[in-house]
Design a protein around this ligand. Structure first.
Ligand SMILES: NC(=O)c1ccc[n+]([C@@H]2O[C@H](COP(=O)([O-])OP(=O)(O)OC[C@H]3O[C@@H](n4cnc5c(N)ncnc54)[C@H](OP(=O)(O)O)[C@@H]3O)[C@@H](O)[C@H]2O)c1
Length: 285
């Protein structure tokens, strides 16, 4: 029965842990592995079986779900861990080349590959309200439906593996420019004697408004950068967007500038803060 697929979750960080918890709540048997074991152990009380290695987690699982930092982390973790599962759901943001690399590894191991990055951050992950950007073999849609329903509010099936990652890069280009734009709007406001709060009040409820402006604006005003989406990961995503831009010979000067700005924030030691902390780069310069 599809709702009884055993799922091995590799990576129980900000996103992987709540996704595993929501799978457990929906009745899936879940095995978890994390490089730093204590983060996986935190899920034992929810009913997860904690594994000491990726291979132990995936050994008798039907599906392996990876939610790891980047391509190297994903590739290192699935190495020798694809013998058991029939399907690999790759949800980390790894970009175009990373997705091709993962698809090749899956093919070499005879495992179906589903590229399924997600939209949404810590809170939507905890609430099971992510948007899953799924792409891969059509004949896996039905059995994976309940799995995606457990972690997300919506699943978009987009075609062949790789299509999910392409849309994910597009969505992250949008939120990155929004947040950098907001940060610089605040720095301008403060520089010319306008309270950032006044700006938020001015746009509130109109066509210029954005829920994101209020969410991330509050973080900037309070300088409270508890990471929902760490700046180091946002910088990684902007590098992936830059790679895609170069590959296609596109001219995207704004995104190139945002990539540089996020990288600078990481160099300044703000990588573990939420990516709204890009504000600190402008505010302190
Ligand atoms: N946070 C968000 O808002 C968000 C939203 C959508 C998508 N994503 C994407 O989802 C993925 C996970 O994000 P997250 O926010 O959950 O990140 P996170 O909290 O930093 O978790 C990253 C995970 O990767 C593991 N890891 C890092 N390097 C590794 C390596 N070399 N070998 C094995 N494991 C390694 C970490 O293990 P340790 O615990 O041992 O460090 C941890 O389990 C990323 O690709 C991110 O871009 C994030």
């Amino acid at each position: 029965m599809s709702s009884r697929l055993t799922v091995a979750v590799l990576g129980t960080g900000i996103m992987g842990a709540p996704m595993a918890r929501n799978l457990l709540r929906a009745g899936f048997p879940v095995h978890v592995w994390n490089r730093s074991r204590e983060k996986a152990e935190a899920l034992a009380g929810d009913g997860a079986v904690v594994a000491g290695s990726p291979a132990e987690a995936t050994g008798d699982a039907d599906v392996v779900l990876t939610m790891l930092a980047d391509t190297d982390a994903v590739v290192a973790s699935v190495d020798r861990a694809l013998d058991g599962p029939r399907v690999w759901v790759q949800a980390s943001t790894v970009g175009l080349a990373g997705t091709e690399r993962c698809a090749a590894i899956a093919a070499a191991n005879g495992v179906d590959f589903v590229d399924a990055p997600v939209l949404g951050t810590r809170q939507p992950a905890e609430d099971g309200k992510l948007t899953v950007l799924a792409s891969g073999p059509d004949d896996r849609r039905e059995e994976l439906g309940p799995l995606f329903d457990a972690v997300g509010a919506r699943t978009m099936w987009l075609g062949e593996a790789g299509a999910g990652t392409r849309l994910k890069l597009v969505a992250n280009a949008w939120i990155a420019t929004l947040v950098e734009g907001l940060a610089e709007t605040f720095v301008l406001a403060e520089g010319i004697g306008v309270r950032p709060q006044s700006f938020l009040e001015a746009i509130s409820g109109g066509l210029m408004d954005s829920g994101y402006a209020h969410l991330k604006g509050k973080a900037m005003i309070e300088r409270a950068f508890d990471p929902a989406f760490p700046l180091r990961l946002a910088a990684k995503d902007l590098r992936l967007i830059e790679e895609a831009r170069r590959e296609q010979d596109l001219e995207l000067p704004l995104l190139t500038a945002v990539a540089e700005r996020f990288a600078e924030g990481v160099e300044r030691g703000n990588g573990e803060l939420d990516f709204s902390a890009t504000y600190l780069t402008g505010a302190s310069s």
